[in-house]
Design a protein around this ligand. Structure first.
Ligand SMILES: [Zn+2]
Length: 376
């Protein structure tokens, strides 16, 4: 129990301290490793921290972990970096393998327990390979159903608001269909800066930062193995691997290769601005001879099915509205925040236990298969 608590800190600064402490341990195996800290955003002391080292002899491959692209989801991601340094570091060959670990791509979101950046941007809608290629009407459903997605007024009575939202959603589903509403979410939107799933009007500082790292790793190494850690999606208390549509392998092929229960592919053309998509596109266009494995790894919370999806949707919409407009009653405010927390960083011990157990399965399946871990 106590050991487990160390993996799940209570706030951003605690998590960052733990991450910075990994540096000494990493330096024992990669003496030239560097810890860098980059300030992000308007407020002071929100930083992206990175520990990186070249291989000692030849840069054959690199292990790349990213966490906190969606702020609050970074706690589980930081736990994975922690777990890796505790349990797997000794199984990596420093002569041929470099490492690059990133703590909190969206530090403001992690500090404030939000998913988006301080500019309300969902970073995974912000990495457009070519911004001018996004058509104006990229998200027609979103615009038509904007009442669902945009905040409108202070929350006065939560139970009434929930009923109203549910009725609006049922109506939208009847008019647009289920897939249209899902599409509105997946594609994000680039028009309403206070709406949910906002991709931003320009590149976020984090996107500039991460693109540079993606370029550097693809040019320095022959093989790049990337795990991007997230929470919420997929079956409760299980790990799900989500692969970019730019990875040309089929779901079945991936399932044969990687020993994992849950593997999904993004539907082509449906998700705009995802960072792993950008990574694959960059590789295909500029570094065709480099091997890239890059996928998202999600720890499920609410689960799958329409009921869970409805709960997720309500949580995202209400939290966004609470942030912009506030709530009259303290108890309503607390309910929304605790529901949001349950979705992205649950407090219960079973979930934390599952993150560690499933995280081990995910790392062993991927890093074993990709030749990052040597056998013991
Ligand atoms: Zn996420």
């Amino acid at each position: 129990m106590n050991g487990r608590l160390n993996y799940f800190p209570t706030d951003y600064e605690q998590s960052r301290n733990t991450f910075r402490k990994h540096f000494q341990k990493i330096k024992e195996r990669w003496p030239d490793a560097e810890l860098t800290t980059t300030s992000i955003g308007k407020e002071e002391d929100n930083t992206i921290d990175m520990i990186a080292a070249d291989a000692k002899e030849t840069n054959q491959q690199v292990l790349f972990f990213t966490s906190g692209e969606h702020g609050i989801e970074g706690y589980a991601g930081a736990a994975m970096i922690h777990l890796f340094t505790e349990e797997y570091l000794d199984r990596v060959d420093p002569n041929t393998t470099g490492i690059c670990f990133i703590h909190a791509l969206n530090p403001w979101g992690m500090r404030n327990f939000r998913r988006v950046t301080e500019n309300n941007v969902d970073l995974n809608r912000n990495y457009l390979y070519n911004r001018s290629s996004v058509p104006e009407d990229v998200n027609e459903y979103y615009e038509r159903e904007s009442e669902l997605f945009l905040p409108h007024g202070k929350i006065k009575d939560l139970s009434k608001e929930k009923m109203k939202l549910q009725a609006q959603l049922v109506k939208a589903l009847a008019e647009e269909g289920y897939s249209a509403i899902k599409e509105a979410k997946g594609m994000g939107q680039f028009q309403f800066e206070r709406g949910v799933y906002y991709g931003g009007e320009k590149e976020e500082e984090t996107a500039v930062f991460l693109k540079k790292i993606q370029n550097k790793l693809l040019s320095d190494y022959s093989r790049v193995i990337h795990m991007d850690w997230h929470t919420a999606l997929g079956p409760s208390n299980e790990i799900t691997m989500v692969v970019s549509s730019e990875d040309k392998r089929e779901e079945e092929e991936l399932k044969t290769k990687f020993d994992l229960r849950n593997i999904q592919k993004f539907t082509p053309e449906k998700v705009k601005g995802d960072s792993t998509n950008h990574f694959h596109k960059l590789k295909n266009e500029q570094y065709p001879s480099t091997y890239l494995f890059s996928a998202l790894f999600e720890f499920g919370t609410f689960g799958t099915g329409k009921k869970a999806e409805l709960r997720e949707f309500m949580t995202i919409v209400l939290e966004n509205r609470l942030y912009w407009e506030g709530a009259e009653k303290q108890e309503d405010r607390e309910w929304i925040l605790s529901e949001f927390r349950e979705m992205f960083y649950p407090l219960n011990d079973d979930w934390k236990k599952s993150v560690l157990a499933e995280g081990r399965l995910g790392m062993e399946a991927v890093l074993g298969e990709e030749g990052i871990l040597t056998s013991t």
